[in-house]
Ligand binder design. Structure first.
Ligand SMILES: [Zn+2]
Ligand SMILES: [Zn+2]
Ligand SMILES: [Zn+2]
Ligand SMILES: [Zn+2]
Length: 495
């Protein structure tokens, strides 16, 4: 149900104007810039342009037969930037090839050796960024054995690739490697799939927050950063984006930020004890109570509102299932991993059975129904992060297997939690909403569909802008659904 793949992401270009101290509204573009260097992912090669990352008819460079371009201007720009030096090297390397981080580093060295150090990008009246301004964290890098070892291998590969033609020294390479690790972006397409990586000078001024106030989308290889809320008195130092996925538990966020970006996060969310408790929590077992019961290492808290104590024995069982979630749903850096519908369903049922008498006897009932019922009767809090992740996993796997009704039904149980974790205007949330509302309409759940489409329209407008294909498709579907609902409406009876 994802948006059609031949849509091209066109976003109007933004001129740099001074924003400091002025009023900036939610949805306004605050940074729009082209990469300093970029590299298309291997599986997009030949489908997208190696320079601008746009789809369309691309043609092979006749020199190296490695890179593809959509147009002569793109080829010219890339030639001037790095390809002039790389083309013969790539040709010489055949039948071998150089991809990923080594190639990204090679491009950076070539670019910096050829005037790249003096390239400056203007961000605001008195704010500019050049490569020398980027954080590099060489000391931290060398202290990490794994990274230090990887660096040694990378250096050898590059010396081999460059031969006698291009030279660099080890310290220089180390700082470039550090700059790439800390400042690199994964570039995604309209369907939120990663298509490449890039380094942007301007965007490197943005700090991280686990609940950010600015959002990043891409238009081909161009980065577009939008304010996700109103700023009455805009200051660059207040603006933050998330470097890692927002739907990650605190412990995993801290580990992954430390490992990849070398810092400890003290954002609003990381220091909020209520939020931290919520990530691993049960909902009070008394029907009328909304108490949050945090899970400790060995026990589960008594409800502070009503005194309910029915889950106190379930902590061990809970952490056992969480360990399975960690294994199945994410890699060691906390990034989402896709799993099959069967595996995701089993895991979700297991989570839903914590604190309950095992409820999987009724294998005769179709899984769709029993699964949705299991979620509804789940003892875990609806904002419990593992529950949210497992529901997402089922939703995504069900879409892949074209079980749209199941995808819709489980997706609907996650709306409030997704809004809570990402924020109402974040691109991940708005993309989720857009997908879910389409599922509703597709499955003929028109009232729910219209309700979600209205919210999606507002959210997508802020995170992607009103020129984006996702915004157009959501608006159009919203209009169609309204028309359809109007024809269904029964006229009122005359009394
Ligand atoms: Zn192009
Ligand atoms: Zn070439
Ligand atoms: Zn944080
Ligand atoms: Zn209670």
């Amino acid at each position: 149900m994802a948006t059609s793949s031949n849509l091209s992401c066109k976003v109007s270009s933004n001129n740099v104007s001074s924003r400091t101290g002025s009023r900036v509204k939610a949805g306004e573009v605050i940074i729009s810039s082209f990469p300093f260097i970029q590299l298309l992912k291997e599986d997009s090669k030949g489908k997208l342009c190696d320079f601008c990352f746009r789809s369309g008819k691309v043609r092979k460079c006749t020199g190296c037969a490695v890179d593809f371009y959509c147009s002569v201007p793109c080829q010219r720009k890339d030639w001037k930037a790095t390809h002039k030096y790389e083309c013969s090297l790539l040709k010489k390397l055949q039948p071998h090839s150089i991809t990923g981080t080594p190639r990204m580093l090679a491009k950076a060295i070539i670019s910096l050796n050829n005037g790249g150090r003096s390239v400056t990008e203007k961000i605001d009246d008195n704010l500019t960024r050049s490569f020398g301004d980027l954080m590099t964290h060489e000391e931290c890098l060398l202290q990490n054995n794994e990274l230090a070892e990887t660096f040694g291998v990378l250096e050898k590969m590059l010396r081999c690739y460059f031969g006698t033609e291009i030279s660099f020294n080890t310290n220089e390479l180390l700082s470039i490697y550090g700059a790439l690790l800390v400042n690199g972006f994964g570039v995604t397409n309209c369907e939120s799939e990663e298509i490449g990586s890039a380094l942007y000078l301007a965007a490197s001024i943005l700090d991280h927050s686990c609940l950010p106030n600015a959002g990043v989308t891409f238009d081909g290889s161009r980065i577009v950063v939008r304010a996700l809320q109103d700023f009455p008195n805009f200051q660059w130092s207040q603006i933050n984006i998330n470097y890692i996925d927002g739907l990650t538990c605190r412990e995993d966020r801290q580990r992954s930020l430390q490992r990849s970006y070398f810092f400890e996060c003290h954002c609003q969310r990381c220091v909020d004890p209520e939020h931290n408790e919520l990530e691993n929590s049960f909902l009070c077992g008394n029907d009328s109570c909304v108490g949050v019961l945090g899970v400790g290492v060995t026990t589960i808290a008594r409800c502070a509102r009503c005194g309910f104590d029915g889950y106190s024995e379930c902590a061990v069982q809970y952490w056992r299932v969480v360990a399975r979630c960690r294994q199945l749903l994410q890699d060691e850096m906390g990034n989402e991993v896709k799993c099959s519908l069967d595996a995701a369903t089993d895991l979700l049922l297991e989570l839903c059975s914590v604190g309950k008498v095992a409820s999987r006897k009724s294998t005769k009932t179709p899984v769709d129904q029993s699964l949705v019922r299991a979620i509804q009767g789940c003892a875990l809090h609806p904002f419990n992060i593992w529950r949210v992740k497992a529901v997402n996993a089922v939703n995504e796997a069900a879409i892949v297997e074209k079980n749209f009704n199941l995808a819709k039904d489980v997706g609907l149980t996650n709306v409030d939690a997704m809004r809570y974790y990402y924020g109402k205007n974040h691109q991940t949330y708005s993309f989720f909403l857009a997908k879910l509302s389409k599922l509703c309409v597709y499955c003929n759940d028109l009232y729910k569909g219209e309700e979600l489409l209205k919210e999606a329209q507002v959210s997508v407008r802020v995170s992607y802008g009103d020129q984006h294909p996702i915004y157009h498709s959501v608006s159009e579907l919203c209009h169609q659904t309204r028309v359809e609902l109007a024809t269904l409406a029964v006229p009122a009876l005359k009394t």
